[in-house]
Design a protein around this ligand. Structure first.
Ligand code: B12
Ligand code: SF4
Ligand code: SF4
Length: 373
């Protein structure tokens, strides 16, 4: 509970405000200096931070160099916010059941050469949608406190271990496939935080485990999930199709199947998916974006980075650059049997050539740095 100008702000009040703003889950983690700690973050996450460092040391993050700076960025983040007292962790259900109608309809329409998109990329970009909502949350909390509170908005990109925080905030537990599993929404919750200077009553951590289940481990097409839980990103299709900037190792290409952007298999097969329910957030629904599949021929025909940005602006798909998405589209076309199938008439000759073209062969040093095409 925070007493602000004689007013009491209880955690219950904060949670009902979160709910009125459309957040599906909300919990609180208290920031308390650990005994003898010389620097922040004073969070109850020492074990998770060690696991994270170990994961990086083993190189399981692949080309995601930005994760290597995570501890030093976290140190700076907390040093710049010494008055931080609580983290309000929120979850937004993004399960869009439009799948059955939209997915099967779209997979059949057009020229038939379509690739699958992971559910988190179906609607509008969640960073923008949730970031805006957290801004309103901060403003309303300031109104409630009668002063401008300090609250840092975090959606994905800040140096916070979001799943570990969500577990501490009581939102669910971390499954072997390394997603936070919510007892109410299954694995389909986006996570985000407001780090604030309000002193709030913390929640109890969620206690739960996968038990003897190992469905995701057995079903993962690339064996990216470790038997003890946690993933090797270098083998994960979500990583390979979105974060990996260079060529995808040849042995892994057929395993992508039809997936052109991200992968949901370990979420789909998880028994906790039975908890999923339709999202209330219109902007995250399939109908608000490209939905569950993309036209592979259209992707290969995008002739400049500018056009790529224009096409995918406002969606999470923009995280993959043109070259990456075209690389993925080529692999999926190959997996769909573009070379064997007879009905390739729907694919223009120029595009057909691009399927066999080596995207990396004529790369200039400028392009290698990812500065444009
Ligand atoms: C890097 C990253 C990725 C990477 C690496 C994924 C990974 N598993 O780490 C890649 C690109 C592969 C990826 C993929 C996806 N991601 Co991602 N990703 C992140 C990011 C930016 C950091 C994650 C991180 O710290 N990884 C580091 C390693 C060490 O984490 P870890 O192995 O899971 O270990 C942690 C815990 O699991 C725990 N732990 C580890 N071992 C053990 C063992 C035991 C016994 C226990 C108790 C705990 C435990 O401690 C560790 C430290 O926290 C977060 C956002 C954020 N800032 O947190 C989003 C985030 C995790 N991603 C998210 C999503 C939605 C996805 C995808 C579903 C997207 C898609 N469909 O393509 C996939 C799922 C793939 C998968 N099975 O993980 C969501 C997850 C939401 C949720 N409900 O959990 C997040 C939180 C983004 C968000 N703001 O909502 N992602
Ligand atoms: S997202 Fe796909 S490739 Fe990655 S761990 Fe899950 S099932 Fe395996
Ligand atoms: S499929 Fe089973 S082992 Fe994997 S995360 Fe879900 S409950 Fe855990």
């Amino acid at each position: 509970m925070s007493v602000e100008g004689g007013l009491m702000i209880t955690s219950e009040r904060v949670k009902s405000l979160a709910s009125s703003l459309g957040f599906d889950a909300c919990g609180i983690v208290r920031i308390e200096p650990a005994a003898g700690a010389t620097h922040a973050p004073p969070l109850p996450l020492q074990d998770e931070e060690q696991r994270f460092k170990h994961w990086i040391a083993e190189g399981r993050h692949g080309e995601m160099k930005y994760l290597e700076d995570f501890p030093s960025r976290a140190k700076r983040f907390w040093e710049n916010f010494p008055e931080a007292k609580s983290i309000i962790v929120v979850g937004v259900n993004y399960y869009s059941g439009g799948k059955k109608q939209v997915a099967s309809k779209r997979l059949k329409e057009g020229n038939g050469w379509r690739g699958r998109v992971a559910r988190y990329g179906w609607g509008k970009d969640y960073h923008q949608v949730i970031g805006k909502r957290l801004g309103e949350f901060r403003d309303q909390l300031s109104e409630l406190a009668g002063r401008e509170i300090r609250a840092e908005i975090c959606v994905d990109t800040k140096p916070l271990l979001e799943r570990a925080l969500a577990q501490k905030a009581g939102l669910g537990f971390i499954g072997k496939q390394s997603q936070l599993l919510s007892p109410k929404f299954g694995p389909w919750l986006f996570l985000a935080e407001l780090v604030t200077d309000l002193e709030l009553e913390p929640d109890l951590p969620f206690v739960g485990s996968c038990g003897t289940c190992r469905i995701c481990i057995d079903e993962c097409p690339t064996q990216a999930i470790q038997p003890e839980g946690g993933i090797d990103a270098r083998r994960c299709i979500a990583y390979l199709t979105i974060e990996h900037k260079t060529e995808i190792p040849e042995a892994l290409r057929p395993l992508l199947g039809e997936r052109v952007f991200g992968c949901d298999l370990c979420l789909q097969v998880c028994p906790y998916t039975s908890k999923s329910k339709e999202t209330h957030c219109e902007e995250l629904k399939a109908e608000s974006g490209f939905g569950p599949s993309l036209d592979l021929v259209e992707i290969l025909e995008i002739s400049s980075n500018r056009l790529h940005e224009r096409k995918f602006e406002g969606t999470a798909i923009l995280r993959a650059r043109r070259k990456q998405l075209q690389r993925n589209a080529k692999i999926v076309l190959e997996n769909l049997g573009v070379h064997e199938r007879q009905n390739v008439g729907a694919i223009p000759a120029t595009t057909r050539r691009r399927v066999t073209e080596d995207l990396w062969r004529h790369e200039s040093p400028l392009q290698k740095k990812g500065t444009g095409s």
